[in-house]
Design a protein around this ligand. Sequence first.
Ligand code: PAF
Length: 261
Amino acid sequence: MIVVRSIPELDLPRHGVVGLVPTMGALHAGHNALFRAARGACDVLVASVFVNPVQFSDDADLHAYPRDLERDAAVAAAEGVDVVFAPSTAEMYPQGFATWVVPEGAAAGLEEAHRPGHFRGVATVCLKLFNVVRPQIAWFGRKDAQQVAVVKQLVRDLNVGVEIRVVDTVRDSDGLALSSRNERLSPEERTRARAIARALATRDEQEARAVLASAGVEPEYVAVADLDGPTLAIAARVGTVRLIDSVRLIDNVPLSEGDTA
Ligand code: PAF
């Protein structure tokens, strides 16, 4: 496996299927599920590791985001990734950068209402990654349901020649969706955070609110929206950590102990 730091160095063989798993690093078992889904479906597997500053609306969150390229490269290598593309911010947004993708439609409300400009950052970096890596297929996690809907909309609306595949959320045994932010939860916060999966397991907006309230978790939103299918989506701050999670109401997946879907 090789680690490539600049765009000109990214000279990939073009004779087979190139697959891309875009990440911001801090790789965990949720990313491993994406790599495993991708590994069998492409000839050259690229993982991008780039903490995209323009999708953060909170400087503290950007600075607290864990960064350890050496560890990420080892995790990616163990999962059969061929190339880790880890550009610098200056490589992706050089002096004079002034062109943005500003998605509407699926990007409206939910995350965007609480993190204005978030999907402008996500859509712009995804289009840049698609243009630079030129994958035929790219994999995204279902947990970030609105992101999935926005990326699918971007690809459709701008005729980007990449197929988007979505992999189910990976959860700890207590139901908490894996996220690089989980490591910032104290033991007490982690116990409270489990209420998010229990709330989703109700598959009902009002009941979900009640579950969160009884656990003392104040949501930023609890909403049913059409995000690549009808989806119950939740964002909540537990302590200082902002967590998001979702369940597609058409999927039959258990979310927490006792949930038989
Ligand atoms: O889901 C993420 O990790 C990021 O939003 C992505 C897709 C890598 C874009 O920076």
